[in-house]
Design a protein around this ligand. Structure first.
Ligand SMILES: Cc1ncc(COP(=O)(O)O)c(C=O)c1O
Length: 196
């Protein structure tokens, strides 16, 4: 155990920009699907870093791979090839329905890449005006400007405007509301198939 929960919560308030509603516990470590807080309390981790720690915490196979890689090469810019990158892409292509991989750091950057990809495709294949996007009310796609522009929450955050233009919002579970928004200028529909 490394510390006192209240003291760490207080220090967080003092030192970190207050962008998130903070949980009243302080996590210390994890093992498999469980996490432990600094008071030694054990929790079943349903969040898993919002579904990114799919192997759980401290999985031996993952620790071994991380240690091996860190001892060889800490980082390589996107413009450099590494065997690890190729091996990982091969594994993903062989075990998915996709032909190619775009590595990125976060969900919000994946959405940025999608926005750019569909807009470029439409520019090349449809028309230069075909850049509109349909998204859904109550959606969340991330915190960067492109992803934030697809997220309806922007309406409650007017101070960040202007957002990326050309985004229209439909109602989830209401196909008619989508049909009404479809025009020759729509290049993509963004939807979260799993609703939280
Ligand atoms: C549906 C959805 N899309 C995108 C994101 C953004 O991912 P990240 O936080 O990795 O940028 C999240 C994050 O919670 C999400 O839940």
């Amino acid at each position: 155990m490394t510390g006192n929960t209240q003291a760490l919560l207080d220090e967080t308030k003092e030192l970190l920009v207050n962008t998130y509603a903070t949980q009243p516990i302080v996590l210390e470590r994890g093992e498999g699907c469980y996490v432990y807080d600094v008071e030694g309390r054990k929790y079943l981790d349903f969040a898993a870093g919002i579904a990114v720690a799919s192997l759980g915490h401290a999985a031996p196979v993952m620790l071994k791979a991380l240690q091996e890689q860190a001892s060889q090469l800490m980082v390589a810019p996107p413009s450099f090839v590494t065997k690890a990158k190729v091996d990982c892409a091969r594994l993903l292509v062989d075990n998915s329905c996709f032909d190619q991989i775009f590595f990125t750091n976060s969900g919000t950057e994946a959405i940025e890449a999608c926005i750019k990809t569909v807009r470029k495709w439409a520019y090349d294949n449809k028309s230069k005006k075909c850049s509109d996007i349909i998204s859904f009310r109550k959606s969340f796609h991330g915190r960067s400007y492109g992803a934030g522009s697809l997220t309806e929450k922007r309406h409650s955050q007017p101070y960040f405007a202007p957002y990326v233009p050309g985004v229209h919002f439909a109602e989830f579970n209401d196909l008619e509301s989508v049909r009404k928004l479809i025009t020759p200028n729509v290049c993509a529909i963004f939807i979260e198939p799993v609703q939280g």
